[in-house]
Design a protein around this ligand. Structure first.
Ligand code: NAD
Length: 274
């Protein structure tokens, strides 16, 4: 299996021209892939997430250089409602509008429920679920003023089905699908849509590190880790790419997706068809 990005998602140039997007957790992985797709499609973006200052500056410069789009960075911690408000203010002060909100920041912890650290439960619920409540309540007034908006929540196949030892993650991801439906119903007549993307395994640096780690700890080749451990539940036996998720998010943000709202949309190679 070739893990390289062999099929970059196709993003129609100009489809998001003039629009402004916030993508939480976009200093790496899926969030960065979405931010890059939006910028390629013509949007200005607010990047957010943790990382070394030099690496973040390089990411912003690279994204602006590659796409010609404008990008700014918010260091807002998604566990802090006051900092989340600052991020939304930054978007409005910098660009004067806010068209697209992607709630992507997320963390994971794996542990049996009777040993699950309480602070990990609280952090996962705060970052993976409550942050989206805060961003949405703060972004909606601007979207309503503009008469258009797109909210995209990055959930997971674990928003639709469960796995053992992931109590907080599965609870938060199921929760964000519920939040998605409520927001969709409250905004249905306002040209605002709210949807959840539910990826299976996506090839990111985090996943790559798991492949290496598991290959070492099990003493098995990386191809076997990919097929029999990580992709055990994913029938197509292939990771999705961040470019595919970015292209799908760009479609959901476009006018062509105006009638899609309140949906939890799997991008999981058939996982939840089981
Ligand atoms: P990642 O670790 O590469 O990226 C997570 C991002 O969130 C980073 O930018 C990080 O700095 C940021 N972040 C973490 N805590 C934060 C906080 N408190 N405040 C602000 N930013 C914070 O992970 P990823 O694989 O790209 O995952 C992104 C999203 O996609 C998550 O919600 C994850 O649950 C979901 N997802 C990932 C996969 C996968 O296979 N990679 C599958 C399904 C769903």
């Amino acid at each position: 299996m070739n893990l390289a990005h062999t099929q970059p998602g196709t993003v129609p140039a100009g489809v998001l021209d003039g629009q402004v997007a916030i993508v939480t957790g976009s200093t790496s992985g899926i969030g960065l892939g979405i931010a890059r797709s939006f910028a390629t499609a013509g949007a200005s973006v607010v990047l957010n997430g943790f990382g070394e200052a030099d690496a973040i500056n390089a990411t912003i410069e690279g994204l602006q250089g590659e796409t010609g789009a404008k990008a700014v960075y918010s260091a807002a911690d998604m566990t802090r409602p006051d900092e989340i408000a600052g991020m939304v203010d930054l978007a409005l002060e910098t660009f004067g509008r806010l068209d697209i909100l992607v709630n992507n920041a997320g963390i994971q912890h794996v542990s049996p429920i009777d040993q699950f650290p309480v602070e990990k439960w609280d952090a996962i619920l705060a970052i993976n679920l409550s942050s989206a409540f805060h961003t949405i309540r703060l972004a909606l007034p601007a979207m309503r003023r503009q008469g258009r908006g797109r909210i995209i929540n990055i959930a997971s196949a674990h928003a639709l089905v469960a796995s053992p030892f992931k109590a907080a993650y599965v609870a938060a991801k199921h929760g964000i699908v519920g939040l998605t439906k409520v927001v969709a119903l409250e905004t249905a007549e306002e040209n605002i849509t709210c949807n959840a993307i539910c990826p299976g395994y996506v090839w990111t640096p985090l996943v790559e590190a798991q492949i290496e780690g598991q290959a070492k700890s099990h003493g098995i080749p990386r191809e076997q880790v990919i097929r029999d451990v990580l992709l055990a539940q994913q029938p197509n036996k292939r990771f999705a790419t961040v470019e595919e998720i970015g292209a799908f998010a760009t479609f959901l943000a476009s006018n062509a997706a105006a009638s899609i709202t309140g949906a939890a949309l799997p991008v999981d190679g058939g996982w939840t068809a089981h």
